[in-house]
Design a protein. Structure first.
Length: 163
């Protein structure tokens, strides 16, 4: 084999190997994203079962409550995602930026916080139309309790304990 042919074969071989590792990396990202989505879905179904047990909703209440609650949950995920992206921008901001740049970041942060508050307020007002005050209070308490139970469960897994 002549030298240029050997170099060409070697180049093609290296190109194929580099693409294989690229596909492997892509596969890892897909698997991690799938694992996150799968984990989120498992947590959501546990949460639904937990809240259903704690709230003891009538069929009529449940029919009105769950679409409202699910939309609120979706809004919270969107808000957290937007907040996370904004916080990354703030962390990346270096000291050499202009006051206007920092003012824009601060304004965005305040708008995001207001949006979160407004959504929570609307959710609460909508709940008042369909649930008695005691069940609304039970919902807030049950959500806190669920988070505590979930954190305890997750800590147990990380420590090698199984439940």
């Amino acid at each position: 084999m002549n030298k240029s042919l050997k170099i060409s074969v070697l180049f093609i071989l290296l190109l194929c190997l580099s693409n294989t590792s690229g596909f492997a990396q892509y596969g890892k990202h897909l698997r991690r994203d799938f694992d996150k989505k799968e984990m989120r879905e498992k947590i959501e179904s546990k949460k639904i079962a937990f809240l259903t047990d704690k709230l003891n909703l009538s069929p009529e209440e449940a029919q009105k409550f769950w679409p409202l609650y699910n939309q609120n949950t979706k809004n919270k995920y969107e808000d957290k995602d937007g907040f996370r992206k904004l916080m990354k921008s703030i962390k990346r901001a270096d000291e050499g930026q202009t006051d206007r740049y920092y003012e824009n970041l601060s304004d965005s942060l305040m708008k995001m916080r207001k949006l979160q508050f407004d959504r929570e307020q609307k959710f609460y007002m909508d709940l008042k139309k369909i649930l008695p005050a005691k069940k609304i209070f039970m919902l807030f308490r049950a959500e806190k309790e669920f988070h505590r139970v979930l954190l305890h469960e997750l800590r147990g897994r990380k420590g090698g304990h199984s439940h």
